[in-house]
Write a protein that binds this ligand. Structure first.
Ligand code: 5CA
Ligand code: ZN
Length: 419
């Protein structure tokens, strides 16, 4: 699937330090990416309906900061992202609105591309819909079946026999991504697309790998699996293994994906490639953005869309600046004040970098680099730029190169493009 255009990323003098990132699995900061060569990143993509809200934008900007810090440290970045373009909520929305699910997905992916372009997010090299990857995913399910790490379940309530499930007990590392206790895992499974009450499963937590065809639902030939469609977690695992190999440096997404999605995805990978475990060296989870006191989510409908803000005349760079003013792991709320503050800051920064000269900015570049290498502390980087802007406003310095260096620093590392 086509992704979106690569934004211009200015080059900066020197190099950034090795990046440390908070890893959900170990609960601490770990160096991510190799010391030289290519770092690999998989970030879970959208389910294409009601895109792109500020929560989505926050997550993709977070991992964009990581990619930018890696490149600034001299690494190449290999980045893969999926699109969950067949899934229950998408099919339900299509049904409810009388739109073909394929058309709904295509229109939302197009919006997402436009929003990512506007927000200066560097695109993944591989951007893959599940529809394009069904053969890959069904092959992974067949491999799990052959390895004894999958089983079929009899139909219930007149449903067909043969849905395929993954026994979580088959992975000795199961539970180590999120570190949740059983009760929490059962709750989260029920809330987030699992079916802990489905009769016939060996363990209530076992996730679906292959859903055999139901009337009126899209289905593909699965060979010995029969016609059907893939379960959610195995999709991301199969795509990541095919396009990145294992272990990947960082598996990323929002914190709502820790369990079950990333826990199950890792368990699948550990059974598919036992010799290469772990699935990921680090599991990174961005914080949830809320609106009116509740997590912004498609199912609740409390959304602020990037495309609507931009259509209302807010520069996309202001939206990006509002996002990076919050730590990537923080839970925060989108409010009118957040937007107003970003607008005012953007105006101050613009005016300072448009001056003919300013205070020397080499130290600022070093500080921004250091802040970002320390668990992507973008608010720390923003504060450092604020301090330079304040100094420049109080007393225009005589460094004629400085304003342009600040403009390039902000653009290359924070992805905030000043006009
Ligand atoms: N297609 C799956 C991943 S394979 C999915 O979760 N899609 S999504 O459209 O629901 O979310 C896309 C990404 O945005 C995920 O990484 C998710 O964790 C993140 N996300 C969703 N809602 C929010 C929110 N309110 N705040 C921050 N990130 C969010
Ligand atoms: Zn995913």
């Amino acid at each position: 699937m086509r992704s979106w255009p690569v934004p211009e990323v200015p080059t900066l003098p020197g190099r950034g330090p090795r990046v440390l990132l908070h890893d959900t699995s170990s609960g601490g900061l770990v160096p991510v990416g190799p010391e030289s060569g290519t770092a690999t990143l998989y970030v879970c993509g959208i389910t294409p309906y009601d895109a792109t809200h500020l929560g989505h934008a926050n997550t993709y900007v977070a991992f964009d900061l990581l990619g930018r810090a890696w490149r600034d440290a001299g690494l190449q970045v290999r980045y893969v992202q999926n699109v969950t373009d067949v899934d229950d909520p998408l099919l339900e929305r299509a049904e409810a609105t009388g739109v073909d699910w394929r058309d709904l997905a295509l229109s939302q992916i197009e919006l997402f591309r436009g929003d990512m372009t506007a927000l200066s997010v560097v695109p993944p090299q591989e951007y893959l819909g599940v529809v394009e990857a069904v053969d890959l995913v069904s092959a992974a399910v067949r491999d799990l079946l052959a390895a004894g790490a999958a089983y079929r379940v009899a139909g219930v309530d007149g449903g067909p026999d043969g849905d395929v499930y993954f026994p979580v007990d088959s992975d000795v590392a199961f539970g180590t991504v999120g570190g949740y206790d059983l009760e929490t895992m059962l709750e989260l499974s029920a809330e987030r697309g699992g079916d802990p009450r489905r009769p016939g499963k060996r363990n209530a937590l076992d996730p679906l790998l292959w859903r055999v065809e139901r009337p009126g639902e899209p289905a593909w030939d699965g060979g010995v699996l029969g016609r059907g469609r893939p379960g959610w977690h195995i999709e991301c695992t199969a795509i990541a293994l095919q396009h990145l190999g294992m272990p990947i440096d960082v598996q990323g997404g929002g914190s709502d994906l820790v369990f079950p999605h990333h826990e199950m995805g890792a368990a699948h990978a550990h059974l598919l490639r036992p010799e290469s475990r772990p699935f990921a060296r680090a599991y990174a989870h961005s914080g949830m953005v809320a609106l009116d006191g509740e997590k912004m989510s498609k199912s609740k409908g409390n959304l602020v869309l990037v495309s609507k803000l931009v259509a209302a005349g807010v520069p996309a760079a202001v939206v990006r600046l509002a996002i990076v003013a919050h730590h990537w792991r923080a839970e925060w709320e989108w409010t009118d004040e957040v937007l107003a503050e970003a607008q005012a800051r953007y105006a101050r920064w613009n005016s300072a970098v448009s001056a003919a000269s300013g205070p020397a900015a080499e130290e600022l570049l070093a500080t921004v680099r250091a802040r970002l290498a320390d668990d992507l502390d973008a608010p720390g980087a923003v504060a450092a730029v604020d301090a330079w802007v304040e100094a420049a406003t109080a007393e225009p310095g005589d460094d004629a190169e400085a304003p342009d260096l600040v403009r390039r620093t902000v653009s290359a590392l924070l992805g905030v493009v000043l006009p």
